[in-house]
Design a protein around this ligand. Structure first.
Ligand code: MN
Length: 427
């Protein structure tokens, strides 16, 4: 199903005068501080976040899974779902595919369907953390790091095949996340596991077209519980530097031990020109994959503070970042959840754009610690919702995306069309 522009325009009518009142008030307030609101709104309009093809169905935990009905059973349905999110928010203009869960059999048709929804293809994702029924070797004891050359080659060949699928769709990057690791002391020779992984990644890297980038994702634990071959950003950075200048580190917000200072990692990677992409989610304890901004909105803001600073001060020529939501939805309608995440991301970005950089720098130079905090929190405590709403409205999105989604009874229609018990392919 597709949402018509006229439906969104009609919905917005009822909310327009309220929105204008709020926006005009904030605009006047910010103008007094010399802030150019038009610039900020334009930056928000440009900011596009990819939706992964695996986030559109109900996620499960290892204890159970509860269907939500009307889930997308095919790649075509998944594209349509991202199209719905993009129509309502105008900030989800890309889709990230997972191979082999979403193999595009007819690349041209898939590309056209996406383009029809205003979508492009972001990074393609390989999968060597599960065994497929037709594969020769098992990944039970690892893939790119494996002790057996035959297993490593199979995993390398899979990544090369993923690049080919991506090329056919117009993707320009591949994300490699490895479940490789060990669950018991003594199981791995750490040095050999790293070296095998490095050599394997180098071979994949050489198979990429010159204008492609490789994103190397890290994770401290899970599914392995004693060691992961790429547990942290330092290891990822070392591997990226060992591949070449088009290899970068990918930060997934949930892939850190509790209380890690993620914003500091972001700052250093940007300084090095090695930050490739971002997987947004939120967490309380581990890799909880919750809605962005639902648990730690201040952390999200502090991360965007570094992202904005890093993007504006970029001597190492860090390339434009690939933004993606990597979350899982066990209780909420995934489309509503994704729209909440998009909103949280844009709010944090808008707040970070409000920071008085000059004042902050002089407060830092004077070691005026109280003033530094005041400057950051003045931006954080500004209610920037009218800015995000205005950006969405100007682009043709809904003033209240979830309100519009519910008023148009999208989920009910999807259930009617696709059935109540259909299960999205993926995890
Ligand atoms: Mn991720």
């Amino acid at each position: 199903m597709k949402i018509k522009k006229s439906q969104i325009v009609a919905f917005n009518q009822g909310y327009l005068s309220d929105h204008n009142e709020r926006f005009d008030f904030l605009n006047a307030q910010l103008a007094k501080s010399g802030i150019n609101v038009d610039d900020i709104v334009e930056k928000l309009r440009q900011f596009q976040v990819a939706i992964p093809s695996w986030a559109l169905g109900a996620g499960g935990t290892r204890f159970g899974r509860f269907s939500i009905g009307g889930e997308p059973a095919s790649l075509e349905d998944k594209i349509d779902d991202v199209g719905i999110i993009h129509a309502l928010t105008q900030s989800a203009g890309a889709i990230s595919l997972h191979i082999p869960w979403d193999i595009p059999e007819d690349a041209q048709a898939v590309k056209e369907r996406a383009s029809d929804c205003g979508l492009v293809f972001d990074a393609v994702n390989s999968n060597t953390f599960q065994d497929q029924s037709d594969q020769q070797h098992s990944y039970k004891f690892g893939s790119l790091c494996h002790t057996d050359q035959g297993v490593r080659q199979q995993a390398i060949d899979h990544n090369k095949a993923v690049i080919e699928y991506g090329k056919a769709l117009g993707s320009k990057s591949i994300t490699v996340w490895l479940a490789d690791g060990s669950s018991f002391p003594g199981q791995h020779n750490f040095r050999k596991a790293f070296q095998h992984t490095q050599v394997s990644l180098q071979e994949i890297y050489r198979a990429m077209p010159a204008d492609w980038r490789m994103f190397i994702e890290y994770k401290p634990y899970e599914p392995n519980f004693y060691s992961m071959v790429i547990p942290d950003w330092g290891t990822s950075l070392a591997l990226a530097e060992g591949c070449g200048e088009n290899a970068h580190t990918l930060v997934d917000l949930g892939h850190h031990l509790p209380n890690t200072n993620i914003e500091q990692i972001v700052a250093v990677l940007l300084m090095k020109g090695r930050l490739g992409g971002f997987h947004f989610n939120d967490s309380k304890y581990g890799d909880d994959d919750l809605t962005c901004g639902s648990i730690k909105p201040y952390q999200l803001f502090l991360i965007f503070n570094e992202l904005v600073y890093g993007m504006e001060n970029n001597p190492a020529n860090n390339p434009p970042l690939a933004w993606m939501i990597d979350a899982s939805h066990n209780l909420k309608d995934p489309l509503e959840d994704l729209m909440q995440s998009l909103d949280a991301i844009l709010l944090a970005y808008a707040q970070a754009l409000l920071i008085d950089r000059e004042a902050l720098e002089s407060a830092q130079m004077e070691n005026d610690v109280s003033r530094c905090q005041e400057i950051l929190q003045a931006a954080y405590r500004t209610d920037v919702r009218p800015l995000v709403t205005e950006a969405r409205r100007l682009s043709g999105g809904a003033i209240d995306p979830i309100g519009c989604y519910r008023q148009l009874a999208i989920r009910e229609t999807l259930i009617q069309q696709r059935g109540r018990n259909v299960i999205a392919t993926g995890l």
